[in-house]
Design a protein around this ligand. Structure first.
Ligand code: MSK
Length: 634
């Protein structure tokens, strides 16, 4: 048995949460822990995907006695339609995030709120897209690329430009399976058209479109979101930060950023470090200003500025419950409407900023790229002026935090690993040292751990438990989203601490490269970084993506976006392991298509594995990696 004492344990995190729940009780606040009780048990039809409410003849619920809906649709059609609608919701959401980023790119200008911070990357992508770069002003190029990228959403002909980044074999599989994504909006619209009453009820066709819509996200909207965020805000490089609720500071004005789009949070970070603002905070009795984050906005600013991470998805109420949060500022996605009434129990300002995420009991300050500076300044000021309204008797910031090294973009991973093996670096490095480590068996393989928390799983236990299991078995972990924050909160991103829990091979690699064994690759949209990495590894190795000893895993997922992600990860050729069922168990046919050997596996060489027993899920992941090694003869 290894000694995990130097990591923060789940029990310590739960004790911290329990102390905050005491405050909730004191002020009469509602929390998700109570709401889960109110909502349990869940509806069995909903859980198995066998309820249809796409027209007003129903709702129809499928049972043995009533095997078809009123229109005659069978259970397989109903479950598959629900699955596709779930996917389309996720693909639309991620891709719209990407679209917002492209609009922001269009607003960049010299000396403006938004600038081009990584011109080399912009030029590299422009060349990849066949856009002339020679002699062009960098901002003219940025605007041209923004327009070109925005056309990817609605172009009448052709497929997504970034598909060409995949190995030829993968592109051929997509072509042969008829799942190459065309315009992003078309894939989302077509999905909603297919699921309309009286259209598709053939499960196979609906699952095929699910993969296609997912690919329009991962290799379309999300990839643009990631790549052009790097262009504007800088491509992440390793940077040290801290994680867990203890990053909030009692004597400072605490502003928590939450959501996904970095456009606003970048500005908040900028103005919070403005000497004028810090002086203003001091004049109000605070010692300074602390920005921390929750969910993926947190990942974005942690990766680029070292802003500490206060917590992940199921910690969002905790930051308010500290009684020391002057403002929680949100943009889009994964925001609990509960923050409205909860913030009213404290002095906290709950500030919504996007017309896409309007929430009752919040103060709405509409953020736009044109007025970004003014908006951010107003928000920081509002938080500072709210410091005096704190109720000292309610302040409780649990003393939990860990060091974390974050910021492993594909470029950064190549650089740190190539730097270990080669003295002569090429411009961007290669994945060859990583391939050599896996080929020789120093590393057995890699796991891409992603996704949310879900009250169906004891929060963070699956993420952290599986990561530990992988590390002990010399399997390196790359991670994004709330999974990344689970790792950071536990201490698994502290290079000094975490390496002690690795097998001998992984420990050696970490020491040589100066990296933690769990690499933070960013937010949910940044799973596209993982797709690029997997493609580059396959190309450098000279094998197909499906042959690389790598698997995907979302053990505590909850959102529609996660289903879209699962579809594009599988469609990229990476076996994907889920700890929560995607509402598909009501249909044997859909289950076979998603999880069997003769469904999606035949089209794209990978499938889903669903197991709610997390230990057994981990065993299956390791077995899958070892089977891939055996098939390669290594
Ligand atoms: S924030 S989608 S809870 S990972 Fe990206 Fe976390 Fe899941 Fe939201």
């Amino acid at each position: 048995m290894k000694d995990w004492a130097s990591l923060t344990t789940i029990e310590e995190m739960e004790a911290a949460t329990n102390s905050l729940l005491e405050t909730a009780k004191k002020v009469g606040a509602d929390t998700w822990q109570q709401r889960v009780k109110n909502q349990t048990p869940h509806c069995g039809f909903g859980e198995s995907g066998t309820c249809c409410r796409i027209c007003s003849m129903g709702p129809c619920r499928i049972t043995k006695k009533a095997p078809r809906g009123i229109c005659g649709c069978d259970v397989h059609g109903i479950v598959a339609r629900n699955y596709l609608m779930f996917t389309a919701g996720g693909a639309a959401t991620h891709s719209d995030h990407g679209r917002e980023i492209m609009h922001t790119l269009y607003q960049t200008r010299e000396g403006g709120n938004y600038q081009v911070k990584d011109p080399e990357k912009l030029i590299r992508i422009a060349k990849e897209w066949g856009v002339e770069t020679e002699g062009k002003d960098i901002y003219d190029l940025a605007h041209e690329m923004a327009e070109t990228g925005l056309l990817e959403y609605g172009k009448p002909f052709g497929t997504q430009r970034f598909l060409k980044r995949a190995p030829e074999h993968t592109q051929q599989l997509w072509h042969d399976a008829g799942i190459e994504p065309r315009a992003i909006d078309r894939e989302v619209s077509q999905s909603m058209h297919m699921t309309h009453m009286g259209c598709s009820s053939l499960a196979e066709a609906l699952i095929r479109q699910s993969l296609r819509a997912g690919l329009s996200d991962g290799w379309g909207g999300s990839m643009m979101g990631t790549e052009f965020s790097d262009v504007m805000f800088g491509t992440p490089r390793p940077i040290d930060t801290e994680a867990n609720i203890g990053v909030m500071e009692k004597d400072n004005v605490n502003i928590v950023v939450h959501g996904h789009d970095p456009s606003l949070s970048e500005m908040i970070v900028y103005y919070a470090s403005d000497p004028e603002m810090i002086a203003y905070a001091k004049s109000m009795g605070a010692k300074g200003i602390t920005i921390s984050g929750v969910c993926c906005t947190s990942n974005e600013v942690a990766m680029r500025h070292g802003i500490p991470m206060a917590g992940n998805y199921l910690n969002q109420e905790n930051v308010v419950l500290t009684g020391a949060c002057e403002a929680i500022v949100v943009d889009v996605q994964c925001i609990f409407p509960a923050l409205g009434p909860l913030s009213k129990c404290f002095h906290t300002k709950f500030i919504t900023t996007s017309p896409i995420a309007r929430i009752p009991d919040s103060e709405f300050i509409q953020f736009s790229a044109e007025s970004a500076g003014e908006n951010a300044k107003a928000i920081v000021k509002m938080a500072i002026e709210n410091f005096k309204n704190r109720k000292p008797e309610l302040v409780n910031i649990p003393n939990l935090k860990q060091k974390a090294r974050v910021g492993y973009s594909v470029e950064a991973i190549k650089k740190v690993l190539d730097g270990v093996a080669n003295s002569q670096l090429d411009e961007f490095g290669t994945t060859k040292p990583l391939v050599e480590c896996v080929h020789s068996g120093v590393l057995r393989g890699a796991v891409a751990m992603v996704g949310c928390n879900n009250p169906k799983v004891r929060p963070d236990t699956a993420h952290i438990g599986l990561m530990k299991k992988m590390l002990e078995n010399d399997i390196i972990v790359i991670t994004t989203g709330c999974s990344a924050q689970a790792a950071a909160k536990a201490g698994l991103m502290d290079p000094e601490k975490a390496k002690e829990y690795c097998g001998a091979g992984l420990k050696r690699v970490c020491e040589l490269a100066g990296i933690p064994p769990v690499l933070h690759m960013g937010s949910c949209v940044d799973i596209s970084r993982m797709m690029i990495l997997a493609s580059d590894i396959a190309k450098d190795w000279g094998i197909n993506i499906s042959q690389v000893p790598v698997v995907g895993c979302a053990p505590e997922w909850m959102s529609e976006k996660a289903v879209s992600i699962g579809n594009y990860v599988v469609a990229t050729g990476i076996e994907t392991f889920l700890g929560v069922d995607p509402y598909s168990k009501g249909s044997e046919e859909v289950t076979r298509l998603l999880q069997g050997e003769d469904g999606v596996k035949e089209w794209v060489e990978a499938k889903f594995v669903v197991d709610t027993d997390i230990d057994s899920l981990g065993d299956k992941m390791i077995a899958c990696i070892e089977a891939k090694r055996a098939a390669l003869g290594i």
